[in-house]
Design a binder for this molecule. Structure first.
Ligand code: ZN
Length: 128
């Protein structure tokens, strides 16, 4: 079962980081999502700086098409959280733009019983 999704928004230089910042603001203004911290240095399975947007299945149909049209050519990994982190990153995911390497695969457990529902921290005010 898909409990939630992550969209990881990557950037590799200050120009891309600035576009990622604009995208982050637009997302926060429009969608009830959980915005993660900025990681300017690669962390975990991610080969590039990024931030994470966690969201629940209820908004997939509005958020993902919006992201397709508004990602400003940034590379994004979209993966579900099904309780199988390794498969969710390697097999169940899809990419916008470039396909990057999933690193440190050994750190992604085959199975996890963590509660992966997103806890939104935005207060959207702009209807889409
Ligand atoms: Zn993730």
């Amino acid at each position: 079962m898909i409990q939630s999704f992550h969209a990881h928004v990557y950037y590799r230089d200050p120009a891309e980081r600035a576009r990622a910042e604009t995208l982050r603001e637009k997302i926060a203004e429009r969608f009830s999502v959980q915005l993660g911290r900025w990681h300017d240095n690669p962390i975990g399975p991610h080969e590039r700086g990024m931030y994470q947007v966690a969201f629940n299945p209820e908004i997939f149909a509005s958020f993902v098409p919006w992201l397709m049209l508004n990602r400003d050519n940034l590379t994004i990994l979209l993966h579900p959280n099904t309780g199988h982190p390794r498969a969710d990153h390697l097999k169940n995911s899809f990419w916008f733009g470039e396909v990057l390497t999933i690193e440190n695969v050994e750190l992604l457990p085959e199975a996890s019983d963590e509660d992966e529902r997103a806890t939104p921290n935005t207060t959207p005010a702009i209807p889409i």
